[in-house]
Design a protein around this ligand. Structure first.
Ligand code: SAM
Length: 263
């Protein structure tokens, strides 16, 4: 029944009942939810989620897995499979076309594209109610890191400006078939309501954060030289002698706003 897991698709199938149950409990699906699973694979999470919610949309890139998934789901609930690369899925359009205000996303993500998937979801944050993702533990640590931490960086700032980041629990390699080489962890992301969001232009925020952490050992005066001079950095209420890793996410927003005013 089981297909041979494909490395190129980042396939590591969950088989440990304890962790599957813990993830489903953390999601706590309800009948009124519009649940979307990224990378259903052979259905380890799909089937219990479907049983609880009654319906579910799953996005899977590997065509070979789809017939088996449909077959297993048939007696459980209403499964809608979208054969696509998740990075090309417009979640805002999906919510709109189904007449729902926001989607609930879940998935044991393919690790080879976990950061691009996270950035893609952040772009659609207003159309998302929450996300429960399995990721490499090291990625979850970076997402939740505070200023001053060695792993605080671009991912921490961009995610924390858009979402509340809540690491939930760790999952060992043996819970998967085949076991990945790394530890995993489950994280909950809850987009911050739009009215509480900063109003910096996304492309300017992105540029400032990228430049600042591109040379994280340098002072901001040096790292941001192409975008802002010391005087402009001071105008954002930031010390040009500081390094990116000491700045709070809100500091980057002020820097981006000054950059917008000059661009
Ligand atoms: N959810 C299953 C489980 O927990 O056993 C499978 C998880 S496996 C880590 C990742 C899944 O994502 C695989 O089914 C893989 O084929 C799928 N996948 C890989 N790249 C993808 C992409 N770009 N878009 C959608 N699905 C993708």
């Amino acid at each position: 029944m089981s297909a041979r897991p494909k490395k190129s698709f980042g396939q590591h199938f969950l088989h440990d009942r304890h962790y599957i149950d813990s993830i489903v409990r953390a999601i706590a699906p309800r009948r009124e939810d519009f649940l979307v699973e990224i990378g259903p694979g052979e259905g380890a999470l799909t089937l219990p989620l479907l049983a609880a919610a009654g319906k579910l949309t799953a996005i899977e890139l590997d065509t070979e897995l789809i017939p088996g998934l449909r077959e297993r789901a048939a007696s459980v609930g209403e499964l809608h499979v979208v054969h696509a690369d998740v990075l090309k899925v417009d979640f805002s359009a999906m919510a709109h076309s189904h007449g729902v205000p926001r989607l609930r996303l879940a998935g044991n993500l393919p690790y080879y594209i976990s950061s691009p998937i996270l950035f893609h979801c952040v772009e659609h944050a207003p159309a998302i109610q929450d996300m429960h993702f399995m990721l490499q533990k090291e990625v979850v640590e970076r997402m939740a890191a505070a200023p001053g931490s060695k792993v605080y960086g671009r991912l921490s700032v961009m995610l924390q400006l858009a979402c509340q980041v809540e690491p939930l629990f760790d999952v060992p390699p043996e819970a998967f078939r085949p076991p990945p080489k790394v530890e995993s962890a489950v994280v909950r992301l809850q987009p911050i309501p739009r009215h509480e969001l900063h109003d910096a232009r996304p492309e300017h925020l992105y540029a400032v954060v990228k430049a600042a952490f591109g040379q994280r050992r340098k002072t901001l005066a040096n790292a941001l030289r192409q975008l802002l001079d010391s005087e402009a950095i001071r105008r954002a209420d930031v010390d040009p002698r500081a390094r990116a890793e000491m700045l709070a996410p809100a500091d980057f927003v002020r820097l981006a706003k000054v950059y917008s005013s000059l661009a």
